[in-house]
Design a protein around this ligand. Sequence first.
Ligand code: GCO
Length: 434
Amino acid sequence: MDQFSPDFLIGAATAAHQVEGNNTGSDCWAMEHMEHTTYNEPSLDAVDHYHRYREDIRLMAEAGLNAYRFSTEWARIEPEEGRFDEAEALHYLDVIRCCREYGLEPVVTLHHFSSPKWLITKGGWEAESTVEDFARYTRYIVGKLGSELRYICTINEANMGIQVAAIAKRYTLQMMAKAARTQADNGPGRSDGAVQAGFNLEKMMAGAKGAAEENLRVFGVEKAENFTSMRTLKGDQIVCRAHEAARAVIRELYPAIRVGLTLSLHDIQAVEGGEANAEKEWADEFTHYLPCIREDDFLGVQNYTRTLTGPEGTLPAPEGAELTQMDYEFYPQALEHVIRRVAADFEGDLLVTENGIATNDDSRRSAFISQALSGVHSCIRDGLPVRGYFHWSLLDNFEWQKGYSMTFGLIAVDRATQTRYPKESLSFLGSFRG
Ligand code: GCO
């Protein structure tokens, strides 16, 4: 097996809302508890990483990992607009120090999908004021943590809202075609399989009307513009400007910190006649972000599978393909393809900030890791600037609207007792460290 050089970051990733538990001031928590919820279940205590981070970091270190990507939770740090909770900021300082104690490089993400509830009341990710609000939160939290950090991801999957909008549009067209034919030939389950995150798009579409009234009660607005809502082009620019504003703040405070954002990137492959569609999809997903990320130090690449694109758009996985719990095709080669593709246009460093598989069969996870990492090796041999690989995810956790049924973790958790059970894939991943 090929090991990486000692300075290559090899680690696991989590997001605060998915693992910490009791993120009560966030929009996700509110949505999980609504009558018109699109969540299969609420996150509740999650896997109590908020209290058990020390054990989780120790397990990573024991398995040989040398890096940990996690996120700070805006809703905890700024529970009311303009009021910061220092104890919460210091909590993350403890997590960072714990990483250092165990020899892990902390890579911090400032925003990973969940937002404070108050931000949504102000118009969320479609509101101009969010640029300023995100910059203010960045100034506060980076002011507290920055002296201990070398890497910051500002925003996770900046392109998620645009992907959700594209899939929702596809879904609507499918439903219209279905109504016309009264018989569908391509079920909607395929559509949400393509988003690279656990959302119930069917439910999101169907519940929109009933939700408006409840949104008004819960958020004070009819339409909650969460980070993972369908984004308009104007909203997309707000996300980019929020990133740029945060980057400027970080550079002002700690110029040595390496800054980037992360993008959800599919290995988009055209089948005959699908070339133009595939190009357009790639432009929406990646190329149109180039002006926003050009001055970044690195790009966080997040990939889970490939998509096949034909003349009519996205196609289902090939007949007989192995599917993961998320209904994605098992296709670890996708990572190498995506890295090569982004490296052709983006000049900074690349960090694989997410790559993984939801499965009950841990031997398939190890097989996935082995193939994905051999692709990373081949990119490095060709001189591409890949500096790290973070597997999604450290723990079986709360897969957003899909709840706890999706098992992405290198560590299983019995949520009744919160006991951790490292899987073999955890030490397998660690064995690649140089
Ligand atoms: C994502 C999210 C993760 C998901 C993961 C698996 O960035 O989409 O970062 O929160 O859990 O992608 O679907």
